[in-house]
Design a protein around this ligand. Structure first.
Ligand code: ZN
Ligand code: ZN
Length: 346
């Protein structure tokens, strides 16, 4: 790792700690009890501030109940360090769970539908890869905290179970994904501008045939991860605050979980897609094409904006496949790598 890259580690840590402890600098904190905003005649302040309405809706264990009571008493603006650590562990465990379940389910359902390796597979992760992957995973904690805090103060956000509807949970998802991918497609395209590429995005493209799911997905330069993560907050902000649409906290969680799953599939060898009326809404092969042919398919979840911007490239199953580049299912590494290792050991 070049010496200059080491500087990113403490800087990134400071930035994320700043977000955790000074987030009121970014999100104006209207005292919830005096929040007079209402939607459809229902006072949202009472929904957010009356802890009883939240607590009574859910059948939760005592230790979680105590934790929630403490959180509600202190508010998200004045969270205690131990609570923050507890939440951090929950977020990190959730992230690992999504990654594991995604690969296990895909392996079970799509084991006969894999995408052949065409680019060079990154068989060994370097120290730099491992540092960036760890940093980025940890950085999801302040990001989720910011998102929850935003939802807590956002008048169009719903928290109580009684307010849960199809309209504020499932229906917002396509719109939020379209908003997210608009900014992501532009950001991703900008990261490929030649004068910028070498500093940030080149790290991710060392992998030409992603296979490790979310591990390969978060193996990006921390600056890129930061921009990509907070783009989720931007999408939720535009949907709720700018457009005034209602969103339940479960809808927001669903957005993160579905997003995490699709990103994981984008970086696996499993051929997965979502079809609606015979049209592909999502296809994991699109991002695989991007890893081989970087001037195409900049979108993360959908190809809508690539089609608009003229950067969409169709996956071609006719492209040449080298048998030795394929991955050994036992090791997850290419046969070429095994051959090289065997030669080295002789
Ligand atoms: Zn990628
Ligand atoms: Zn790229």
């Amino acid at each position: 790792m070049g010496l200059s890259k080491y500087f990113i580690v403490p800087l990134y840590a400071i930035l994320n700690l700043f977000i955790l402890f000074r987030s009121h600098t970014f999100i104006p904190t209207t005292p919830v009890s005096s929040n007079q905003n209402s939607v459809n005649g229902t006072s949202l302040s009472s929904e957010n501030s009356t802890n009883h309405s939240i607590m009574d809706d859910y059948n939760i264990p005592d230790f979680v109940r105590e934790f929630v009571e403490r959180m509600v008493k202190n508010g998200v603006d004045d969270i205690e360090l131990m609570d923050l650590l507890f939440c951090g562990c929950v977020v990190l465990l959730g992230l690992e769970l999504i990654s594991e379940i995604t690969l296990k389910v895909a392996r079970y359902l799509r084991k006969d539908h894999t995408i052949p390796v065409r680019g060079k597979h990154l068989d060994e992760l370097s120290a730099e890869d491992l540092v960036f992957i760890s940093m980025n995973k940890i950085a999801t904690v302040p990001f989720v905290f910011m998102l929850v805090k935003f939802m807590y103060h956002e008048p169009t956000a719903h928290w109580s179970l009684s307010a849960l509807t199809f309209k504020n949970t499932i229906l917002p998802l396509p719109a939020i994904f379209i908003i997210y991918d608009f900014f992501y497609t532009i950001l991703h395209w900008a990261l490929h501008i030649q004068s910028v590429y070498g500093y940030i995005h080149k790290h991710h493209h060392r992998q030409k045939a992603p296979s490790r799911g979310n591990v390969d997905a978060v193996n990006v330069h921390p600056v890129e991860f930061f921009l990509g993560e907070y783009n989720h907050l931007l999408a939720v902000y535009i949907f709720t605050h700018v457009l005034g649409c209602q969103l339940h906290i479960f809808g927001m969680i669903l957005f993160l979980v579905v997003g995490g799953t699709l990103t994981g599939l984008n970086h696996s060898r499993f051929d997965s897609n979502i079809m609606l009326f015979g049209k592909s809404l999502y296809d994991s092969k699109w991002h695989d094409v991007h890893h081989r042919i970087p001037q195409s398919n900049y979108g993360q979840y959908i190809n809508f904006w690539d089609l608009i911007f003229g950067t969409f490239r169709v996956y071609s199953s006719d492209d040449r496949v080298n048998t030795m580049s394929q991955l050994d299912p036992l090791t997850g590494k290419s046969y070429e790598h095994a051959k090289r290792s065997a030669v080295k050991n002789d």
